[in-house]
Write a protein that binds this ligand. Structure first.
Ligand SMILES: CC(C)(COP(=O)(O)OP(=O)(O)OC[C@H]1O[C@@H](n2cnc3c(N)ncnc32)[C@H](O)[C@@H]1OP(=O)(O)O)[C@@H](O)C(=O)NCCC(=O)NCCS
Length: 299
């Protein structure tokens, strides 16, 4: 693969450029133009993940022509912490496509992961064929749904958290710092920056804080269906207690991660959407139970 050519005429390669806010803005623009997502607010929410290592080809006018970023994303997999990296923000502007720039950035990011000794690399994509030549395999994801448990009696009711308010942002950041993985089977260990920006990218996610449990719940409700996206806590409460604290009485529950810590079971189903979660590791990996990464960890 390394023998294939690359045409980077007129472009300058930079890595680790997030300290330069003009270059950061060029990435914000690239992702807005390519995927119609705005990661700009991340700067007001504690900034990008501190382990981020972006690789980019910049044009003379400061535009970012091509980018791929890597960052450390330790994962709980089958009860063991895996020192994983994640790839994100992979895009090439149309005028510069087909010149080998993305192949070059993929190779640079893989070399960085090798150098840092990561055990595994994960990514989301709608183009798995782009990554299969590098040893990435699709890992099927599963959500759970079924009748909701009866709400368990709770202490004080949960209150709404609004991360655009500085005091609530601090509560959320502190909870994210000391969280335990939401599942033994598959979950992020921390991944604060992704959780925070995902609260902006999907404004329909509701955040509630159960004070006496120091627990943040990320959830949605649709009629009599309760959807649980994530639980941020040192000790994960049972689903019945979560529903009780929120003052809800839904008929159906849907959990968008493996509910092994929730004291509840449901039927598995493949989540919708065309994106594929890919995993690359020296050892084959098979999940011990159907699972998915919480949408709050989307990257
Ligand atoms: C996909 C994308 C990153 C490719 O960038 P690019 O610079 O044109 O890619 P390159 O010229 O470096 O080609 C790299 C390889 O990918 C292949 N490739 C390019 N576009 C592809 C696509 N849409 N699907 C599958 N493979 C593709 C090329 O054939 C090439 O294969 P090779 O290494 O065996 O020769 C670019 O088209 C893009 O930004 N698309 C929109 C955003 C996106 O899809 N991002 C990546 C998904 S997470």
């Amino acid at each position: 693969m390394t023998s294939k050519s690359i045409d980077h005429s007129g472009l300058t390669f930079r890595r680790d450029y997030f300290g330069d806010l003009t270059a950061w803005q060029a990435l914000v623009d690239l992702l807005k133009d390519t995927f119609d997502i705005d990661i700009g607010p991340l700067q007001q929410m504690g900034g990008p993940d501190p382990s981020s290592m972006p690789f980019g080809w910049f044009a003379a006018d400061g535009q970012l022509a091509a980018n791929l970023s890597a960052f450390a994303m330790p994962l709980m997999v089958n009860g063991r912490t895996v020192n994983a990296a994640a790839f994100q923000s992979g895009a090439v502007r149309p005028a510069w496509r087909g010149r080998g720039l993305y192949r070059d950035l993929t190779q640079k990011a893989l070399a960085w992961c090798e150098e840092k000794g990561f055990e595994a690399i994960v990514l989301y994509t709608d183009k798995p064929a782009l990554y299969e030549p590098y040893g990435f395999h699709a890992l099927p994801m599963h959500a759970y749904s079924g009748p909701a448990p009866a709400p368990a009696a709770s202490g004080r009711p949960a209150r709404t958290l609004d991360p655009s308010r500085p005091a609530d942002l601090s509560v959320l950041q502190a909870a994210l710092k000391r969280r335990m993985p939401v599942s033994e089977t598959l979950a992020v260990v921390e991944s604060t920056a992704m959780f925070l920006i995902n609260t902006r990218l999907d404004p329909s996610v509701r955040l509630s804080f159960i004070e006496d449990r120091q627990t943040v719940i990320a959830w949605k409700a649709d009629g009599d269906r309760f959807m649980l996206l994530d639980v941020v806590a040192q000790q994960i409460a049972a689903l019945a207690e979560i529903i009780g604290s929120l003052g809800l009485r839904p008929a159906m529950a849907e959990v968008l991660f493996c509910p092994d810590r929730l004291g509840w079971e449901g039927e598995t189903r493949a989540p919708g959407g065309g994106t594929c979660f890919m995993f690359r590791a020296s050892d084959e990996i098979a999940l011990e139970a159907p699972a998915m990464l919480s949408p709050m960890a989307d990257f």
